[in-house]
Ligand binder design. Structure first.
Ligand code: NAP
Length: 368
């Protein structure tokens, strides 16, 4: 079943890029620096000025950086406000959902879509309202001038307002064959994938609150949960650790690291652990593995252009606006707590409404 899901996901993603976003996105490919053919609406509102040597300069009222559920929802709302949003989708468009199989908790679906299907629907909906997706990354920003200057690989975008929705990547262990079993037993989200492990044996890796939360949650489905941690003291809060220690379905395996993952027929079946005290190795059986060793918000490219907290998450100053007027932020790049597709989408809506209002005020202040 997992293999079948995986094949379907791959086919869907390929078809998606081949038919849907690739055409627009190809305009910003480093080998074909042509900005941009775009939709009818795009041509009406944006100007592209090409000089012989310089990168083309594109002007937009709203630029959304990031194409997960928050960015796509912001694109739907700003599209419907006739702001012709440009979405800098990244090279791995779609964000974390592209690694997720069934999304059973997104309201509105009685048959769970896969993560890529959900992203496909969101992008199609946004395109219907004039949003344009470019498959490229934003290398740097200059928020000290207005319009804001965004440097892409082969274009410069001057934006009256910017919505940052670049998400946060899960931190992976990097152990041998991890990539092989991602989505085939290895996950970073128990809320998303835990349901698939009914009456199975799973492991959780980490010693913080996320790991405790995931381990406890997984006991609703799994026969057994083994919490693997590299030390014997925990960063997790005392209460959450206590819940884990008192849960009869959870076994603690401390002073251990996963060094290699194993599988059968392409699906995860176990792991090799090494003792961080003695260096001895052991093999364990598991059907699922949940890595919960933290997240890293994608904010490096901002180069401190907006205020961040100590871990690099963007801080809101007023509603969804950052400390830079006209720059908004939404989704996992702001949210260290909920990290759900629906909460990201909800905040994408808020950021779009805030950006629209801000642009209206900007226009009326210029007119008066
Ligand atoms: P965290 O507190 O930074 O914990 C990460 C854990 O992963 C640590 O135990 C760390 O081990 C381990 N780790 C890191 N790199 C590793 C590696 N390469 N190999 C093996 N283990 C590794 O992260 P988090 O648990 O995601 O929590 C992040 C923040 O969100 C915290 O402030 C937390 O309180 C909060 N949070 C709150 C809730 C809640 O209140 N319900 C739920 C989830 C998260 P070491 O300890 O050895 O470094």
């Amino acid at each position: 079943m997992l293999l079948y899901t995986r094949i379907c996901l791959l086919l869907l993603v390929c078809a998606f890029f081949a038919t849907h976003v690739a055409e627009n996105m190809a305009n910003t490919s480093p080998v074909a620096p042509r900005v941009h053919s775009g939709s009818t609406r795009a041509s009406e509102e944006s100007k592209s000025t090409e000089t012989a040597a310089a990168k083309p300069i594109v002007e937009r009222k709203v630029v959304i950086i990031g194409s997960g559920p928050s960015g796509c929802t912001a694109a739907i709302y700003t599209g419907r406000a006739l702001l012709n949003p440009l979405v800098i989708a990244g090279y791995n468009a779609g964000g974390q959902l592209m690694l997720t199989s069934d999304v059973e908790n997104f309201p509105g679906y009685t048959i769970a879509p896969s993560g890529p299907e959900l992203i496909f629907d969101l992008m199609s909906q946004a395109e219907k309202f004039g949003a344009e997706y470019w498959k490229t990354e934003c290398k740097s920003v200059d928020f000290t001038q207005h319009p804001f200057r965004l440097e892409l690989h082969n274009a410069t975008v001057m934006a009256k307002s910017v919505i940052l929705s670049t998400g946060a990547d899960s931190i992976w262990l990097g152990s041998e064959d991890e990539d092989k079993y991602k989505g085939m037993g290895i996950s970073t989200c128990a809320t998303c994938d835990g349901f698939m492990f009914r009456e199975k044996n799973v492991v959780v890796i980490g010693g913080g609150d996320s790991a405790m939360e995931e381990a406890n949650f997984l006991t609703r489905f799994a026969n057994s949960v083994t919490l693997i941690h590299r030390r014997d003291s925990f960063r997790a809060s005392k209460l959450m650790l206590q819940r884990v220690q008192q849960n009869k379905k959870i076994k603690l395996a401390t002073h251990r690291q996963v060094v290699k993952w194993h599988g059968e027929k392409g699906v995860l079946s176990g792991a090799t652990l090494v003792s961080t005290e003695t260096g001895e190795t052991e093999e364990i059986q598991c059907d699922g593995a949940f890595i919960a060793i933290g997240h890293k918000p994608n904010t490096k490219f901002l180069n401190d252009g907006v205020a961040l907290d100590k871990d690099g998450y963007i801080l809101h100053e007023s509603n969804t606006m950052t400390n830079v007027p006209g720059v908004f932020a939404c989704g996992d790049v702001v949210d260290r707590r909920y990290k759900q597709a629906i909460t990201a989408a909800g905040q994408g809506c808020q950021a779009a409404i805030d950006a629209e209002k801000w642009l209206e005020e900007l226009t009326s202040s210029v007119e008066h």
